[in-house]
Ligand binder design. Structure first.
Ligand SMILES: C[S@@+](CC[C@H](N)C(=O)[O-])C[C@H]1O[C@@H](n2cnc3c(N)ncnc32)[C@H](O)[C@@H]1O
Length: 204
């Protein structure tokens, strides 16, 4: 029964159907020690140094949630795919982590506030990213940060959100905005890539 499913699925993608093989991609499952170490190093840099509360939106199978937990953070993950959530819960069994079914654009976290909102490869799929970013900003505690990993994929019909568009959207919402370009670091992807991949760390 898919009683956790809602109406906010990515157009054209059945994430429940993707879940079983999702971790086979090097940057998804982080099963290769070098790839995992590359992401762990970036997250150590992007997330607050002190252990805090991290909200991982569109958490998928929980690979980044696990790295955040390894860094000492308490993780709340949100996804609208029951099959993804099942894998995330299994991956972080025994950790200080909670996984909730819901819409990444309007996470079901009530009045809770976080030290970091972490989102990888999800924002570009959401309608009205300006409203979504404002909502995510409002989920942060003072001094908190948005950690957004995005990109533009493909050449003939590229999809994604370019870094300059995202920084323009963030400018009125946040203070310091730092962009790190990631395409040149093959270790992150398990192969050479030549499209646009980046992370934005925006502090309020
Ligand atoms: C490309 S995967 C990224 C997963 C994870 N962030 C990672 O980087 O490994 C996109 C994930 O976002 C979830 N997703 C897409 N749209 C969503 C929405 N509106 N609300 C919640 N989850 C969503 C999908 O179910 C899927 O797990």
């Amino acid at each position: 029964m898919n009683d956790e499913r809602d109406e906010t699925t990515t157009p054209g993608v059945d994430w429940d159907a993707e879940a079983a093989a999702f971790d086979d991609e090097p940057d998804h499952g982080l099963q290769d020690a070098q790839v995992r170490a590359a992401w762990a190093g970036r997250l150590r840099d992007w997330l607050p140094q002190r252990p805090g509360d991290v909200l991982d939106l569109g958490c998928g199978t929980g690979s980044l949630s696990l790295l955040a937990a390894d860094l000492g953070h308490r993780v709340t993950g949100v996804d609208n795919s029951p099959a993804m959530l099942e894998r995330a819960r299994a991956k972080l069994a025994g950790r200080d982590a909670l996984f909730l079914a819901g819409d990444a654009a309007a996470p079901p976290v009530g009045e809770r506030r976080f030290d970091a909102v972490l989102v990888r490869h999800v924002l570009w799929t959401l309608p009205a990213p300006d409203h979504v970013l404002r909502h995510w900003r409002d989920l942060l505690r003072p001094g908190g940060r948005l950690v957004l990993v995005e990109g533009v994929w493909g050449t003939l019909s590229p999809v994604g959100i370019p870094a300059d568009r995202l920084t323009r959207l963030l400018a009125p919402l946040t203070g310091d905005v730092r962009v790190e370009h990631l395409a040149g670091d093959a270790l992150l992807w398990g192969r050479q890539v030549d499209d646009q991949r980046y992370a934005v760390v925006a502090t309020i």
